[in-house]
Every structure is written in structure tokens, then in C-alpha cells.
Design a protein around this ligand. Sequence first.
Ligand code: FAD
Ligand code: 2HG
Ligand code: ZN
Length: 489
Amino acid sequence: ADSYPGLTRDSRFSQLTPEHVAYFKQLLGQDSAVIDGINADAAADIEPFNEDWMHKYKGQCRLVLKPGSTEEVSKILRYCNENMLAVVPQGGNTGLVGGSIPVFDEIVISMGRMNTIHSFDEMSGSLVLDAGCILEVADQHVAERGYIFPLDLGAKGSCHVGGNVSTNAGGLRLLRYGSLHGSVLGIEAVLPDGTIMNDMCTLRKNNTGYDLKQLFIGAEGTLGIITKLVVQCAQRSPAVNVALFGIESYEKAQKAFREAKLQLSEILSAFELMDGTSQRIVHQVRGGTKPLENDYPFYCLIETSGSNSEHDYEKLEKFLEDVMSNEVIADGVVAQDATQIKTLWSWREGITECIGHWGGTYKYDVSIPLSDMYLIVHDVKARLSEAGLLGETDDHPVVDVLGYGHMGDSNLHLNIAIRRYDKEVEKVLEPYVYEWIEKRQGSISAEHGLGLAKKNYIGYSRNETMIGLMKQIKTLYDPNGIMNPYKYI
Ligand code: FAD
Ligand code: 2HG
Ligand code: ZN
């Protein structure tokens, strides 16, 4: 686990006492809503809240609160604000930048009990639900009514919609349904002083003054706690097709993307890129039959979603014939049923889990103009090899360097699979990677957020004026700084 060099506990924050815990116990009533590590040894129960999905960040929290209503969240925050107790909101704890984990002894406010789906308007598609609902459960609810949640990602079985909105997650179909900045219609949030901000508009249009809810989308728990949401869901397409193909070069992958947009236009719902290394690793870790016979340096996964299966399938087949005969792609396979669709997607969605197999990963979630996007993988790999850090044997900390991601959104996930976290490797990677991105006017955080991992690097993607304005907003909403401290900015 990371230690946090350069970070010291903010002495303005109070140390938790049995009196504080007694207040929360009385407020939340039931025993299971408080995990108390102050009066008793609760280390084992608290551990999952103190550690992230990658086992990279470790907190020292000794109190977890699980509110059951907005009013309880409000009372918790008001009390924390008055008593200078720092807090960390936590959803499904699947975040990849250490944002959901305390740094020191901050109180974790876990949202899992607030998981009611309140209503769904089958005419408009607007869904009203609690922040602690699991993404997959919300999607299933609207699927039964012919709709689709406008976000999908590999962690759907455990991430919360509140966490998704707080990180402004992008996921696998942003290309089709756009960012949460467009599909979140309303938010209820509790500010650090306990004020409940009710902006639960269920309509698509509402140009009355500043759109304050937008600030909470991507705020990573630094301004307040999101308690409820209104989400615009889209009509679910009855016809879904998925194809995976092998490609000889990154240039050809770009051509394939251009052609897919041209030829599949309105039915294209995902265009994902995977490099050969990522697919080799998934195969090595999980086994199974490879979708294509031969190995390729690049693979793309295309999904179409439309209303007429025959028409869509025909369009996709014609597209495949075209790109194959023009040698844009070398080989391809189209899923024949729902099981095969799932299997093809698993070669893409399974990467994050498989690359952690040797011990960990350094992750860079970057947005770069498409023409240069994959170049960063070659450059980083060469740098690590030259430094003697990459190799097949255990004395090398780095196993391999790979790239994959949401090609349709110019978003690459550069990952360095490692045997152990290693300062030497970090020195070779940073600030090199961030400088590389800055030179190309890219973004150092395309969709995962800043959290603790990137807070020191925001200057590579935002100028002083913008950072200054962000700090003013933070101070306005959270003058005592109790909301998710030591992170973001
Ligand atoms: P957490 O990890 O619990 O929290 C994330 C941040 O939000 C923290 O800063 C936390 O303090 C804050 N927060 C959580 N809930 C609230 C709330 N109610 N109010 C205020 N603040 C809150 N991300 C993508 O963008 N695209 C992907 O395709 C994608 N795929 C993933 C695949 C895997 C296998 C994994 C493990 C992660 C993936 N992620 C992806 C990252 C992660 O799943 C998303 O960031 C997700 O949105 C986090 O949701 P969560 O509920 O787990 O939030
Ligand atoms: C994805 O697109 C996620 O699969 C995770 O955003 C990316 O693990 C990663 O780097
Ligand atoms: Zn992603």
C-alpha cells in the first residue's frame, strides 16, 4: 500500500471521541448503521472501507456511518462540520484514484443503505433513485420497462449511481449516450453544514439560473454528499450486435473507427480499443478460447444498437466485408447470440481485473487527440525498458505496459502491470507521463477523476485561473474543508 509522503494530518480536525460516537449511535439508532472502532476493536469490519479496489490506498478510519435517509446525512454532516470532523463519502468503493478511501482518520459515510428506486416515468424515461443504488440494479429496473441506464462500466455490479455521478464516470457507451453532465436531470445533495440542496428536476429543460447540480457531477465528494438523483434513461435498443476484430496497426484502427462512424452512423453504440498485450494478459490470466485464431497488435470491439435486427446485422456485415476487403482489419467475428455478446465484451471488460494479477498496476486515464493516442504506450514502454525495470523475471518490478480504452471518446487507459509498487518505477513514470500529455493538450484524467492519485498534477491540464476558481468554489461550499480532505485540489 502507498504511504503518503508529504501529507500530514490537518491539525484543525478533531480526534474522534466516545462522545462523538455516542451522538452518531443515538442518531442512527440501529447498531448495524455504525461500525465503531473507537470503543471496540472493529479493525476487521472497517478494513474493507479503509482499502480501495486495487489494494493500493490504505486509510486509518475508525468509524463508518451508514445513514438511511437524507435527513440522517444532513444531521451527520452538520454535527461533523460543527465539531470539525473530516469525512469521506463512499459508494461502491470501485474508484481507481484513491478518492473513496480516507487518508488519515476521516469518518467514512457509506451510502449503501440508501438504495431505493423511487419512481420511473415510462413516458419520458426519467428515473428517480437514491445515490446508493447499485448501477446494475438500476439498469435492470429500467430494462424491465424497455429503457437503458445511460452509463455502463465493468464495475456495474458494485458501483453506486451516486459514486458514478460523483466521479462523472464515462464508461463503455459515452459515445452513444453522452456524459452524465447531460443525462443527470436532477440532484439532491447535502452540503457540509447540513443544508439539503433539492434540485430534483425531472424535466430535460430547465434554464433558470446557474445549473448548480453540475458542480456535483465530478466533484468526487468534495462539495457535499449526493443523496438522490434524477437520470434521463434512453430507450433500450431491441437489436444489439457486437463484433470484435483484429487489426495490424494503430493507423488501421483509426481508419476502422472512421469507417464505423461513416457506415454504421446512428446504430454505432460503442467503439473500444484493446492492444495485443491486454488481450494476451486476459488470456494468460483467465484462459478460455480466444475470439480470433491469430494474434494481432490491436483489437477493436464494435457494438451496434438499433431497432431492427436484420437491418442492423446486414449493415454490420457489410461494414465488416468492406473493411476486410480494403485490408483495414485483418480478421473479425460477429457474436451470434446474447451469450456470445457477453463473451466478446468480457475480453474488453475483464482487462482491469486481469492486469492486477501480478500484484498491482500504475494507471493513467488519459485523453489525447486520436492521432497520437497510442504513441504514449510505446514511449512509456521504451523508457521503462531502458531503465532496466521491465522484464520477465521477478527482479523486474514491471511486467508489461499496455493500452486500451474508449477509442470513440479519445480516452486511453495506459496501464503498467507490476509485480510490486516501486519508487524507481514511479520516478520514471512521473512527471514524464503528465508532461507528455500536457505537450499534446490532453487531459490527465479523462474519466476516473483526480482523487488522491492525481491531485498534485491537476496543473498539467488546468491553468492557474481555473484552479483558483475551483478553490473558491470549494471554500464557498465547504469553508471548514471537512469534505474528503487531502484530495482533488
Ligand atoms: P466510490 O469509489 O465509492 O467513490 C468514488 C468517489 O466518489 C470518491 O471520491 C467518493 O468520495 C465519491 N462519492 C461516492 N459516492 C458519493 C456520494 N453519494 N456523494 C458524494 N460523493 C460520493 N470508471 C469510468 O469512468 N469508466 C469505466 O469504464 C470504468 N470501469 C471500471 C471498471 C472496473 C472493473 C473498476 C474497478 C472501476 C471502473 N471505473 C470506471 C472506475 C469506477 O468504477 C467509477 O469511478 C465509479 O463511478 C465509482 O463509483 P463508486 O460507487 O464505486 O464510487
Ligand atoms: C475501463 O474502461 C475502466 O475498463 C478501467 O475505465 C480502466 O483499469 C483501467 O485503467
Ligand atoms: Zn474506461
